[in-house]
Design a protein around this ligand. Structure first.
Ligand code: SAH
Length: 279
């Protein structure tokens, strides 16, 4: 018969088994907005959070400059995994990314998912947060500057200049598989009421978007496209709704790009004149 009581045996086991001795860390993950590309547009909180990562999952819309800043001077750099979800490009399937985040978080890693722009604006951050929270992972979300905002500002235009617009609509041009997508003529009618339309992922279906909007908006409505906003590769074109697809082809613009439609683009000319006066 053993002289050691079951209670003592359990206590000894606790003392020698490192998994039991070390209090288990609550599984944790952060979804961090990397902004449009310029590392100076990263928030202080975003930078602090990515620098705490032991595993960094990087979206393909995140600029190399932002990743370099996240890694700079780290004595123990995180494991960096490039993942991405770009329409039309070969990329890591969403389900795989979610499984990877979950398994790393459950294994005790400090998982940070660095996403282009803002994680909760068309970034599937909502789905990722739901999937992780459902498995007991604590999810922190850190906002970033969304590319639609950076694109409009790159043109020198405020989303909601009081003289031209009383609101803004952020819309995706990429419908979910099998879903009908938005009714562009209805959105055009809303834009006609003074709302600026900011379209993400609109380049692949630009002709259909243009045709729908033209059912509700005059062809002369100002339009603009900004590719790679907030990065050194930034390019843009100004046009009208009627000449949108033609202008995009003529300038050779492609994804990732933001399409902006609305009278607020008139503010660009006014602001440029004011700037010249100041100069
Ligand atoms: N969460 C991101 C959006 C992801 S959806 C954000 O808040 O910005 C992907 C789409 O975002 C692209 O198809 C494109 O329309 C837009 N996009 C992302 N980065 C961009 C950039 N630097 N310039 C222009 N458009 C960009």
């Amino acid at each position: 018969m053993s002289a050691v009581s079951p209670t003592a045996r359990r206590a000894a086991g606790r003392a020698t088994d490192p998994a039991i001795r070390k209090p288990a860390r609550t599984p944790w993950c952060a979804l961090v907005g990397a902004g449009p590309g310029d590392p100076e547009l990263l928030t202080l909180k975003a930078l602090r959070t990515v620098r705490r990562a032991s595993v960094l999952l990087v979206d393909d819309l995140v600029s190399d400059a932002v990743v370099a800043l996240a890694l700079r001077g780290r004595r123990k750099p995180p494991r960096v995994v490039q993942v991405g979800k770009r329409g039309g490009c070969s990329s890591t399937p969403q389900a795989f990314i979610e499984r990877l985040m979950l398994s790393e978080a459950l294994a005790g890693e400090r998982v940070v998912r660095l996403k282009g722009g803002d994680p909760f604006i068309f970034g599937r951050g909502g789905e990722e947060a739901e999937a992780l929270r459902a498995q007991g992972v604590t999810v922190e979300v850190v906002n970033g500057i969304t590319s639609g905002l950076a694109a409009t500002t790159a043109l020198g235009v405020p989303w909601t200049h009081r003289d031209h617009a009383h609101g803004v609509m952020l819309v995706t041009g990429h419908a979910r598989d099998g879903a009908p997508g938005p009714d562009w003529s209805v959105l055009g009618a809303a834009a006609a009421q003074g709302l600026t339309l900011v379209i993400y992922m609109g380049m692949a279906r630009l002709a259909a978007v243009q045709a729908g909007l033209l059912r509700a908006l005059p062809g002369q409505t100002p339009a603009a496209v900004v590719q790679h906003a907030g990065t050194p590769q930034e390019r843009a074109c100004d046009c009208t709704l009627a000449s949108l697809t033609e202008a995009v082809q003529a300038h050779g613009l492609g994804s990732p790009a933001i399409v902006i439609i609305g009278q607020v683009l008139q503010a660009r000319a006014a602001l440029a004149i004011a700037e010249r006066r100041v100069a």
